[in-house]
Design a protein around this ligand. Structure first.
Ligand code: PLP
Length: 439
């Protein structure tokens, strides 16, 4: 077994080198693992190899974006075909229209769409569009939910128990967040209709948009209740507020994303991750009248939006190939693998008598080292003991050939077979057994 960190000397030395030119050797906080992350050398199908030659089942898939894993032949061919023709122009291309058509076709709530370079920008433009359309300043978001690294989206992302009152307080995630940002973002508890009603009763006429990821990963990967989402739409519509779905991750749950599964039509939707076929991407889409805030055909739009590399043809063609390859059969396959793993991991917790559970839907699952019901961000907030377990779990899985997110998230990919899922489950069962024995 390639024990972490002893079997990764190449990664260790790259990290030492990285530290001389990047703060803490790091460009993405999320990939840091103490004492050093493994450095990827290549990927193929559902596997990645590190620079030391260790091979892993990839259950991060670049934080859920690589839904076909690596080197999907159609995606690779699309990129290779585009390269000799140029990679980015100061002019639109056909490929942008084709990807827009595919997405508008799959998402009934989306009449018009615009691309961005990241999910963060997609959410940011959705928030700005809601403000421009309604002329109001405020946004409502769910406590603990992640929506990218943008001031307004980061409020109350990581609120610690010392800040918990009956209602979430708007707390900054990053140092230096301006006070005005906190004033204009109202955090609410997840799946709580009464709390939402109370916020709208008090401030409804100043709320531009209510932003929700229907299965917020950082807040526990707990699916929103359908009745909650329905009530959210009703409360928001009554107040003239727009409903914004952040489907940057949850679009991988089905043909029409989470909104299709839940049967909800938001006013605006932010996308990202899988729609770029492995290249930097994001998008904002929604009702034609709302999206008209971006329309430049009648002079300066209410909401100007650029981006030097936005909708570049490499990303667009990779995204198109990747989305075309994501058929209804692909979703059925991913659902089967996901259900098998969620059941298997839950059974493994039980068998080892270990406090814990496995949540999620479709191709996504997450473990929590707690046996009390998980309902929202606060109920999954890890104490020190759980933090230690996550660390042992993550590193133990690396040693067993499985790459997962350090906070217990797993994202599956279409090239995974049932046999691969059994091997992943075996590795998870083994490390849970070891954690149970350590008590
Ligand atoms: N929204 C959600 C729900 C996300 O999970 C993420 C990224 O993980 C984002 C937005 C931001 O996307 P990006 O990392 O592409 O900026």
């Amino acid at each position: 077994m390639p024990h972490y960190p002893d079997a990764m000397p190449g990664s260790k030395s790259l990290f030492e080198r990285a530290k001389k030119v990047m703060p803490g050797g790091n460009t993405r906080t999320t990939v840091f693992v103490d004492p050093f992350p493994i450095y990827a050398a290549r990927g193929e199908g559902c596997r990645v190899w590190d620079v030391d030659g260790n091979v892993y089942y990839d259950c991060i898939n670049n934080f859920t974006s690589m839904i076909h894993g690596y080197t999907h032949p159609d995606v690779a061919a699309a990129v290779v075909e585009q390269l000799p023709f140029g990679t980015a122009f100061g002019a639109p291309t056909l490929s942008e229209i084709e990807l827009a058509e595919l997405l508008v076709d799959r998402l009934p709530s989306v009449d018009r769409i615009r691309f961005t370079n990241s999910g963060t920008e997609g959410v940011m433009m959705a928030i700005k569009a809601a403000r421009a359309f309604t002329g109001r300043p405020k946004i409502v978001k769910i406590e603990g939910a992640y929506h990218g690294s943008y001031d307004f989206a980061e409020v109350s992302l990581d609120s610690s128990p010392s800040n918990w009152g009956d209602m979430p307080r708007s707390t900054p995630y990053a140092m230096g967040t301006p006070r005005g940002v906190l004033d204009d973002v109202i955090a609410v508890p997840f799946n709580d209709v009464e709390a939402l009603r109370a916020v709208f009763a008090a401030q409804g006429d100043s709320i531009a948009g209510v932003l929700i990821d229907p299965m917020p990963n950082r807040a526990g990967l707990i699916p929103a209740r359908r009745d909650y989402l329905r009530a959210m739409v009703e409360i928001a519509r009554a107040a003239g507020t727009l409903v914004i779905f952040d489907e940057v991750i949850s679009f991988r749950l089905g043909w029409s994303g989470a909104q299709g599964l839940w049967g909800i039509e938001p006013d605006l939707t932010a996308l990202g991750k899988i729609i770029g076929g492995g290249f930097p991407v994001g998008a904002v889409g929604g009702r034609a009248d709302v999206m008209a805030v971006f329309d430049p055909t009648r002079g300066k739009p209410a909401l100007p939006h650029g981006g030097t590399f936005t909708a570049n043809p490499v990303t667009m063609r990779a995204g198109l190939a990747s989305m075309r390859a994501l058929t209804k059969e692909s979703f059925a396959h991913l659902d089967t693998l996901g259900a098998f793993l969620r059941e298997g991991v839950s059974a493994s917790f039980d068998r080892h008598g270990l406090a814990g559970q496995c949540v999620g839907l479709g191709s996504l699952f997450k473990v929590h080292f707690t046996s009390h019901p998980v309902t929202d961000y606060r109920s999954v907030y890890p104490g020190q003991a759980e933090h230690r377990r996550f660390d042992t779990f993550h590193k133990g899985l690396l040693g067993r050939g499985v790459l997962s997110a350090s906070y217990g998230l797993f994202a599956l990919s279409t090239p995974m077979t049932q046999a691969d899922a059994r091997s992943i489950l075996h590795a998870i069962d083994d490390i849970l057994g070891e954690i149970a024995a350590q008590r």
